[in-house]
Write a protein that binds this ligand. Structure first.
Ligand SMILES: C[S@@+](CC[C@H](N)C(=O)[O-])C[C@H]1O[C@@H](n2cnc3c(N)ncnc32)[C@H](O)[C@@H]1O
Length: 258
């Protein structure tokens, strides 16, 4: 633990400690024949993070949690590695892979430093894994290194608007006002949050993401801001459905290594 960057160590304890709360959702998602995405369960027919045909594709999921995105990729024909920082999350993933008779290589480690040679993968994906829990200035270049030329990286996480509408004391739900400065957004530490103490997350301003992709060498294939569907209800994960119908709560970046 002492060798890990502080956010990686904090997030490992955080996720190991609450992995049992993610088992039921993992089981539901493993059982789905058609994926749904993000906090609002956007149907794969509307917005997707995966190519329809992944036959022969070498794929990696960065922060795979219970492993259901990895399973969806295997079912589309890919050979898949899932890496995760939490041993407890991986224990659920390994059990579900066994029960569903799906072959996935699981690695316990951080998406910021992956013990695989350059160019090992054709496709990398993260849904709320490295996408929000890893330092973008480290994991984005690491994903680039791992991809072969022409390989793609797709990731889904919070939209930066959710960070600046989050009250600094961590009370929830997030508000309709600008609660924090936009410029300088980078590391969000929720360990001392009032309502729902958490781990250490990361997000960047839109121009900072663009600069990082450019500096790393990625081309942008697509950028999607997700709107909650009409039928969405409640306040899952501190963002109300009403908020997310009016403002983008999630974003997807689709990048290609030139
Ligand atoms: C919300 S889950 C993502 C999996 C799944 N798509 C989901 O939405 O439930 C977040 C996962 O990211 C993992 N994680 C956090 N930091 C990480 C890192 N540096 N490298 C790899 N995984 C990390 C956590 O251990 C956790 O299992």
């Amino acid at each position: 633990m002492s060798e890990l960057p502080d956010h990686t160590a904090v997030n490992r304890s955080y996720w190991d400690g609450m992995a049992d709360q993610w088992v039921a959702a993992g089981e539901r998602n493993w059982a789905r024949s058609v994926p749904v995405w993000g906090q609002w369960g956007i149907p794969d027919t509307q917005t997707t993070l995966l190519p329809a045909d992944m036959s022969g594709v070498r794929a990696i999921e960065l922060g795979c949690g219970t492993g259901y995105v990895s399973a969806w990729m295997v079912r589309r024909g890919a050979r898949v590695t899932g890496i995760d920082n939490s041993g407890a999350q991986l224990a659920t993933a390994a059990r579900l892979a066994h029960e569903h008779d799906v072959e996935i290589e699981f690695i316990h480690g951080s998406a910021e430093a992956i013990d695989k040679p350059d160019g090992s993968y054709d496709f990398a994906v993260s849904e709320y894994g490295a996408a929000i829990w890893s330092d973008p200035y480290v994991w984005i270049p690491e994903a680039y290194r791992l991809l072969a030329s022409g390989g793609e990286l797709v990731f889904l996480g919070h939209h930066i608007l959710t960070s600046i509408c989050a009250p600094p004391d961590g009370s929830v739900p997030i508000s309709n006002q600008l609660e924090q400065p936009y410029f300088g957004q980078y590391r969000q530490d929720w360990q001392e949050a009032d309502d729902d103490p958490g781990g250490i997350e990361f997000n960047l301003t839109t121009s900072a993401w663009l600069k990082l992709f450019r500096d790393t060498g990625f081309e942008i294939v697509d950028y999607i801001e997700i709107q909650a569907p009409d039928g969405a209800q409640g306040i899952p994960y501190s963002i109300s459905a009403e908020w997310a119908k009016a403002f983008p709560s999630e974003q997807i970046w689709w990048l290609r290594k030139g």
